[in-house]
Design a protein around this ligand. Structure first.
Ligand SMILES: Nc1ncnc2c1ncn2[C@@H]1O[C@H](COP(=O)(O)OP(=O)(O)O)[C@@H](O)[C@H]1O
Ligand SMILES: [Mg+2]
Length: 424
């Protein structure tokens, strides 16, 4: 038997003792965990909870396992949202297939849970945007998915929007750049798969009446085209409009959730007075990294954007009160202890698993805004939090997301009164 794990591989140590010499289907380890509402799969996929982590195990032929392993690693390096791969186990006895081990994506939802359980209006809308963004990001990076479907995607709430993660990379191919033909082929596959998955939900009476599978699939293609053009089209403009047009373009991309890495201006060969503008979008995660460096909080991209905005407004308030300039790092650390921690530590234990902590904080900020509007004055974050815990959070369906299974039922540090590292 041969184990290939990518560093840091401490987690792998505990996995070595699993019964790798038996078919996955026959395993009966008490660390095995059932995950409700998961996607449809061809292979045997099972989940194992170990210490505070959960891993997904998939039994597939060695060639595919090795390939999926290397592609998932590559996606990680490219900053594309995908499940994190831990390793592969090959050369198992009795010609058993290989095993691919990935980290379970905490607080993720499958499209089944989302469509069956629409918490708010236009869930389908946000889900499609997320799916399209993922496909576009892959294509920009030269990756053809080859199997873009809702089952092969996991969704996660990210400050009210949704973020899509690739979960199945078996058929993916990484090219230096994708031809239009390959992109179109990939989009066709997505159209066909998504329509089939939604028809299947409809047949099982799991789809809301007002969702039409074919329309949704057509819409997906439509949105893909629009986003692709917005991100990659070349704009030709008179020289004197240059500053304004670049600003506009960057803002439009920003509104779509993309940061611009590079702007390229080329003189139009037709005449010196016109310029061609193209943009290159940055890999996602800039805000996430910034927040992590400032506060030690590791959250999703839009959540990070939202929290950074809250820190900025807290800093503005501090500067008002103290009548001096306050460095961002100082504001961030006070915000963490005076605003963020008190709110998140007050989340009632039995509701902790409904959504992840940063998402709950984000919803409380929204709630505060609504309450303040209604009251005609700012009600404050803590009051908004109490009202939110009493009236909103209990309404979030219990099975909307699958929390990190290792955490379910287990007391978390904040609840047991233990100090959280980095709290001070
Ligand atoms: N790392 C993971 N985190 C969360 N869910 C996962 C993970 N890996 C697999 N799954 C779930 O298992 C399902 C099947 O996995 P997938 O890789 O698509 O297998 P197959 O190749 O058989 O289609 C997925 O749709 C997803 O719901
Ligand atoms: Mg799959």
């Amino acid at each position: 038997m041969h184990f290939v794990f990518s560093p840091p591989a401490e987690a792998a140590a505990g996995l070595l003792a699993l019964p790798w010499d038996q078919p996955l289907e026959l395993w009966s380890d008490d660390r095995l965990t059932e995950i409700p509402q998961r996607g449809i799969s061809r292979h045997v996929v099972r989940f194992i909870a170990q210490e505070r982590e959960v891993f997904a195990l998939k039994e597939i032929p060695e060639r595919l396992a090795r390939r999926e392993y290397s592609i998932l690693r590559r996606l990680g390096q490219l900053g594309i949202p995908a499940v994190d791969v831990l390793g592969v186990v090959v050369e198992r006895p009795d010609e058993l297939d290989a095993m691919l081990v990935t980290r379970f994506l905490d607080f993720s939802s499958s499209f089944r849970a989302l469509f069956a359980n629409p918490r708010r209006a236009n869930m389908a809308d946000r889900l499609l945007d997320a799916q399209v963004e993922l496909l576009v990001r892959l294509h920009l990076a030269g990756v053809m998915w080859g199997d873009c479907s809702l089952s092969n995607t996991l969704f996660r709430f990210d400050a009210g929007a949704m973020a899509a993660y690739l979960v199945d990379a078996e058929t993916a191919e990484v090219h230096p750049q994708l031809s239009t033909g390959l992109r179109e082929y990939d989009v066709d596959i997505a159209h066909e798969k998504v329509a089939a998955e939604l028809l299947d939900l409809q047949a099982g009476e799991l789809l809301a009446d007002d969702v039409d599978p074919i329309e949704v699939a057509d819409d997906l293609v439509e949105r893909y085209r629009r986003l692709w053009h917005e991100l990659t089209d070349e704009e030709v403009m008179p020289r004197d409009q240059q500053r304004y047009r670049i600003g506009e373009r960057i803002r439009r991309l920003h509104d779509l959730g993309f940061d611009v890495d590079e702007v390229e201006l080329i003189e139009d060969p037709g005449g010196g007075s016109r310029l061609r503008l193209t943009t290159r979008v940055a890999e996602p995660g800039r805000h996430r990294r910034e927040l992590l460096a400032l506060t030690g909080l590791d959250v999703w991209e839009n959540q990070a954007r939202r929290l950074l905005a809250d820190i900025a407004s807290f800093r503005g308030w501090m500067e008002q009160v103290e009548q001096r300039r306050v460095p961002q790092a100082v504001a961030a650390s006070r915000w963490l202890t005076e605003v963020y921690r008190p709110v998140t530590e007050a989340i009632p234990t039995h509701l902790r698993n409904r959504l992840d902590e940063a998402e709950i904080f984000h919803e409380i900020l929204e709630h505060r805004w609504f309450l303040s509007e209604a009251a005609g004055r700012d009600v404050g974050t803590m009051a908004a939090a109490r009202d939110y815990f009493a009236r909103v959070l209990p309404e979030v369906p219990e099975d909307l997301v699958t929390p990190g299974v290792a955490l379910v039922g287990a007391d978390r540090d904040a609840d047991s009164g233990m100090a959280v590292p980095g709290d001070e």
